[in-house]
Design a protein around this ligand. Structure first.
Ligand SMILES: [Zn+2]
Length: 205
């Protein structure tokens, strides 16, 4: 099982950065998600656990989720920046002994991803414990509604780890969707059902 360090790094507004530690022979390797906020705090966690960052990545390209991206890049940390793609498309990478899946979930921004690792889903500003990210800065409301419809048809026991502490630090996907102020219409849920089917088929391959 992945060990997840959820770091309250301050930043723009109660931001979280995450260190995901490998297991067994990978236990000193970590993936850094949304490097932002208090640099000393992240460096201290890396030092405390004697970690080597094998990848840094972001849930989307808003400044408050990547403030420290250049800092870690300058230390030679390899990076992945998600590109804008269609809802439900995904890429998979093996890093630190884990399979990490970048699932495209546009809405809050066109380049948003949810990052799945085992039963964990790092949702950035796509979905918080209570609510969804606004669409005013590069987003689209109808895409957001479709993304929520998509997420509502995934495994509801997934644990979501959001980009900000808005109503909680983590919860199940089921709880988060129940508390999201956005409820997709039946029309959108039906529309997205095929995308979910396609996604499930590709995942099972
Ligand atoms: Zn954002």
């Amino acid at each position: 099982m992945a060990k997840i360090l959820q770091l309250r790094v301050g930043g723009f507004d109660d931001n979280f950065s995450y260190l995901v530690l490998g297991e067994g022979k990978h236990s000193k390797e970590a993936v850094l998600i949304d490097p932002t906020g208090n640099k000393e705090l992240i460096d201290a966690a890396i030092k405390k656990h004697d970690l080597r960052i094998v990848l840094q990545t972001i849930t989307h390209n808003h400044p408050d989720h990547r403030e420290l991206f250049d800092y870690f890049s300058s230390k030679g940390v390899p990076s992945i920046i998600p590109a804008s793609k269609q809802l439900g498309e995904f890429e998979e990478k093996i890093v630190a002994g884990f399979s990490i899946r970048f699932i495209h979930t546009p809405g809050h921004t066109s380049d948003c991803v949810c990052i799945q690792l085992e039963n964990n889903l790092f949702t950035g500003d796509t979905l918080f414990a209570r609510g969804v990210g606004n669409t005013q800065y590069g987003g689209n409301e109808s895409e957001q509604e479709e993304t929520i419809a998509f997420l509502s048809q995934l495994d509801q026991k997934l644990i979501i780890w959001p980009g900000h502490d808005y109503g909680g630090a983590k919860c199940t996907l089921h709880e988060a969707l129940k508390n999201a102020h956005l409820k997709p219409s039946k029309r959108v849920l039906d529309l997205i059902a095929n995308k979910v089917k396609e996604y499930n088929l590709k995942v099972k391959k």
